[in-house]
Design a protein around this ligand. Sequence first.
Ligand SMILES: [Zn+2]
Ligand SMILES: [Zn+2]
Length: 237
Amino acid sequence: MNQKNVVLDLLYPKRCPLCDELRPYGEGVVCRACLGRLKRIEMPCCMRCGKTLEREEDEYCQDCSRIPKSYERGFPVFVYREPLKGALYEFKYKNQRQYGAFFADCICGQYGEMLQGLGFDGLVPVPVHRNKRRRRGYNQAEVLAGYLGRRLNLPVYPDYLQRIVDTNPQKELNDAERMKNLKNAFKIGQNKIKLDQILLVDDIYTSGATVEACTRVLLAAGAGMVCYTSVAIGKGY
Ligand SMILES: [Zn+2]
Ligand SMILES: [Zn+2]
């Protein structure tokens, strides 16, 4: 094994992050079978949230047409479904933080040049409440932002936003309830730095309520433009 391979082996898990099988040497981070099962976001996509459009002639998806968004543009990489779903679960709950390296590579592979061209001041991960952070030991969005910041050569501000309300899972809620639930959930965490162009980072974009709530706080604090990127995006509501 040459030195580069040794380093790569330390950086990347020997198991495929998607099926957890030992990956054959030289196959890359994700085994070939899983790579074929990942569903990338394809053009044409929504000019707002970035998900693949169902009707080519549309500019915005149904979600974004129905509920206008405050952020400028979204950069999600994959459709949220298996086998990625399981890997994202382990990334969030099972301490598989190293998957973040692969996810950051995917974001850069798809949007790297575009993101670098947009002139962001920095990356802000979507925060979790400190109770959750204590329980899990880390915030997966922050881990992802860390890997991504190094690849994009941009600073990461993990404390820029704070989650001050420990919200319950939002699966059962409708749009209005989700927004209400999150209305006062976030605040600016520190005031020493003022960011103007911000890239929000999260693992999964589902209804968009979380990104929307974060964006509103950032804009109210003086940000000029907020975009988001995520590993996966739901099909919409
Ligand atoms: Zn696999
Ligand atoms: Zn959309």
